[in-house]
Design a protein around this ligand. Structure first.
Ligand code: FMN
Length: 402
């Protein structure tokens, strides 16, 4: 799947001698699949751990391992890769290469390219905990950060030595996500702040039971990523999902509808747009029992009450202040009378745009067959799109609306 912000971008991927070097193969693969041109540079130590041919086969491009190779591109122009890079990512980066970069050494193809590159740089360290926590490593990282380098922090968990601790390379998908975030920074939504709600909400019946729905959260997360890729600052307010928080977004985890409403109202004064992609649970128990409700003979009935309608509250907030912003984009999930119901919702909640979806087909699926409805605009029926493609369309509409 091509990802817009990565498509046709030239990424120099530096790989160093960490045991996590094999994970760089997945990073390269994800970038290539997303449409990027990937030039891999390996240190001598990295080639001891993964064969250069592996990267060559994945990227369909020559791999640079030696600055002085007379047949290599750098043998002709030793900063050729630096010149054409839209972004340089070094993943994994060893303690050793970090130290060299912080000192300005240029003793191999990778360190030389780093010094010459003018594009943004991302580093993703991977090492044993003691190496990571060493003041020398931390100082070197601080130096790089002060120069504007983005650091993808390592994670805690099982390390190659068998120990548990901090130092594991961040997941390849998170590193690619950070590359998207950095590449998109100056996009058409730069300087804008967008709040996105995603996922289901849960209403507690008692400490172990709840009422909710099948929303996976994928649509809202895809929207958060798409507007971030265009440069927006994003606050993602998410109900419980199995998804990873996208890189570069401010993530607010909530459970109930009231929590989600409060989190949205908190950021309202500061945002230019609200995208309500969450599947809010419309009704919750009138009373939530503090103790687990015991199973008993016979039936059981539960009194339900209306939950807050978050986009209605956003509308009321705007009206009370006579403001035209934030722009409101909502979703309508309907099983029948799709357009008519969505149009009513658009008008009732004074939305700027509504995305109408037929359910249950879209719930939990990666595809969506949506219709976009805007006040005073012709209805646009979209073909079957992935949620990522639909999110890109919405991000474009948001650029236009703002
Ligand atoms: C099997 C193996 C795994 C290693 N893993 C790491 C690592 O994860 N992180 C690190 O900083 N160094 C690691 N090292 C040490 C580096 O390979 C060593 O410091 C080397 O000089 C790094 O060179 P480079 O920075 O030019 O790639 C490892 C060494 C070996 C033998």
């Amino acid at each position: 799947m091509s990802i817009r912000v990565l498509c046709k971008q030239t990424i120099v991927l530096g790989v160093t001698g960490s045991i996590a070097a094999y994970k760089a193969v997945e990073i390269a693969s994800r970038l290539v699949k997303a449409g990027a041109h990937v030039d891999v540079i390996m240190t001598e130590a990295a080639t001891q751990l993964v064969a250069p041919l592996t990267f060559q086969a994945i990227t369909h491009r020559p791999v640079t391992t030696d600055l002085f190779d007379p047949r290599g591109e750098l043998g002709i122009d030793h900063v050729a890769l630096a010149k054409r890079a839209d972004l340089m990512a070094i993943a994994p980066i060893t303690a050793n290469t970090l130290a060299k970069l912080a000192q300005g050494l240029a003793d191999n193809a990778l360190t030389t390219t780093f010094l010459a590159v003018e594009s943004p740089v991302i580093v993703a360290p991977a090492m044993e905990s003691h190496m990571w926590l060493h003041p020398s490593t931390q100082r070197n990282l601080d130096t790089l950060q002060a120069w504007g380098t983005t650091v993808v922090e390592p994670e805690s968990g099982h390390l190659a030595s068998g120990a548990e601790g901090v130092g594991r390379l961040a997941e390849p998908v998170s590193i690619v996500d950070t590359i998207r975030f950095v590449l998109g920074r100056d996009g058409p939504l730069a300087g804008r702040h967008v709040a996105v709600t995603a996922g289901p909400t849960r209403e507690a019946i008692d400490p172990v039971r709840y009422i909710s729905n099948h929303s996976s959260g994928r649509m809202g997360y895809a929207v958060a990523e798409a507007v971030r890729d265009l440069g927006a600052r994003v606050t993602l307010v998410s109900g419980p999902t199995a998804l990873r928080a996208p890189a570069g977004v401010e993530f607010v985890a909530v459970t109930s509808t009231h929590e989600m409403r409060d989190a949205v109202l908190d950021v309202l004064p500061d945002v230019d747009a609200v995208v309500g992609a969450a599947a809010v649970t419309d009704y919750g128990p009138a009373v939530s029992s503090e103790q687990k409700i015991k199973k008993a003979e016979g039936g059981f009935s539960l009194e339900l009450v209306h939950n807050p309608d978050i986009l209605m509250d956003v509308k009321a907030w705007k009206e009370a202040r006579e403001r035209t912003h934030p722009i409101i984009i909502g979703f309508a999930a309907e099983t029948e009378n799709l357009i008519e119901n969505a149009q009513n919702k658009l008008v009732r909640k004074r939305m700027d745009l509504i995305v109408a979806n037929l359910v249950p087909a879209t719930f939990g699926s990666d595809r969506s067959q949506a219709t976009l409805i805007q006040v005073d605009q012709p209805v646009e029926r979209l073909p079957s799109l992935t949620k990522t493609e639909l999110a890109d369309k919405l991000a474009d509409r948001l650029v236009y609306l703002l």
